[in-house]
Design a protein around this ligand. Structure first.
Ligand code: CAA
Length: 240
C-alpha cells in the first residue's frame, strides 16, 4: 500500500528534499507551496510530484486543499509540517507584523494541517506527523524572538499531540534541524553565518537530504513506538 504524504513548503529547500525522498521511497506525495509559482512548476515537472498552492496560515484554505488532495490521491496518512519563514530582526526593530507572520505560519500552520487531517487519522487508526522545528527553537537565537518562539512552540505542540495520538496508531514527532544549506540560511549575513558555521563540530552546513533521512525513519510503518520525540540533526552544534 502506498501511503499519501503531504509536505508543506515541499517544493524548495528542506521540503523539496523531503518530498523527493518520500516519493523515491514509494509514498504518494503532495507538495504544498505558497508563493513561488515558477519554482513549484519547475519542481513538479522535474519530479512528477503534484503541487498544491495554499497558505498554511489560512485555516479555511488548508481545509479546502486537504479535501482536494484526499480526493486526488487518497486519504492523508502522513503530514510533514515543514513550511517556515523567517523575519529576523532584533526586538528593538521587530514590528508586530513580523511576529504574527512567523508565528501564524510556522506554528499556526502545524495546527491547521493537523486539525484538517486528524479526524481521518483517528478513524483509520493510523497517522504519522513530523513537525520541522529548529535548533533555534531549542537554543534561541539573537534576532529571532519570533522564529525561536514559534519553533519552540512546535516542540511543545509535538509532545502534547503525541499523547493524544499514542493509543490511536498516530505518532507525532519533531525534527530540529541545525543550519542547513538552503535559501533561508543563505539569507543570513555572511559575517554572522561564518561565526555560526565555526561552532558546528561537523564543520559544515547540513544538507537538506540529511533532514529527509530523518523524516523517512519517523514516517515508516515500523516506527510506531517512536512518538513525542525530537530528533536533532545539527552536526553536533547543540546537544539537547
Ligand atoms: N550575538 C550577539 N550579538 C549579535 C549577534 C549575536 N548572535 N548578532 C548580531 N549581534 C550584534 C552585532 O554585533 C551588532 O552589535 P553592535 O551594534 O554593538 O555592533 C548588533 O547586534 C546589530 O547587528 P546587525 O548589524 O547585524 O544588526 P541588524 O539589525 O542589521 O541585524 C540581525 C540583526 C537581524 C539579528 C542579523 O544579525 C541577522 O540576520 N542575524 C542572523 C540571525 C540568524 O541566525 N537567523 C537564522 C536564520 S536561518 C534559520 O532560522 C534556519 C534554522 O532553523 C536554523
Amino acid at each position: 500500500m502506498s501511503r499519501v504524504a503531504v509536505v508543506t513548503g515541499g517544493t524548495r529547500g528542506i521540503g523539496e528534499a523531503i518530498s523527493v525522498a518520500l516519493k523515491n521511497a514509494g509514498y504518494k506525495v503532495a507538495a504544498n507551496y505558497c508563493g513561488n509559482d515558477d519554482r513549484a512548476k519547475a519542481f513538479s515537472e522535474k519530479t512528477g510530484i503534484p503541487v498544491y498552492k495554499f497558505d498554511v496560515a489560512d485555516f479555511d484554505a488548508v481545509c479546502a486543499a486537504m479535501t482536494k488532495i484526499a480526493a486526488d490521491l487518497g486519504p492523508i496518512e502522513i503530514i510533514v509540517n515543514n513550511a517556515g519563514i523567517t523575519r529576523d530582526a532584533t526586538m528593538k526593530k521587530m514590528g508586530r507584523a513580523g511576529w504574527d507572520e512567523v508565528v501564524d505560519t510556522n506554528l499556526g500552520g502545524c495546527f491547521n494541517m493537523c486539525k484538517a487531517a486528524w479526524d481521518g487519522m483517528l478513524e483509520r487508526g493510523f497517522g504519522r506527523v513530523v513537525n520541522i522545528g529548529s535548533i533555534n527553537g531549542q537554543a534561541g537565537q539573537y534576532g529571532q524572538v519570533n522564529y525561536a518562539a514559534a519553533k519552540s512552540g512546535i516542540h511543545g505542540f509535538t509532545k502534547a499531540l503525541s499523547q493524544e495520538g499514542a493509543s490511536k496508531g498516530i505518532t507525532v514527532n519533531a525534527i530540529a534541524p541545525g543550519y542547513i544549506d538552503t535559501d533561508m540560511v543563505a539569507a543570513v549575513p555572511p559575517n554572522v553565518l561564518e561565526k555560526i558555521v565555526a561552532k558546528i563540530p561537523v564543520g559544515r552546513l547540513g544538507k537538506a537530504s540529511e533532514i529527509a533521512r530523518g523524516v523517512l525513519f519517523l514516517v515508516a510503518d515500523d516506527a510506531g513506538f517512536v512518538t513525542g520525540s525530537t530528533m536533532s540533526i545539527n552536526g553536533g552544534q547543540h546537544m539537547y
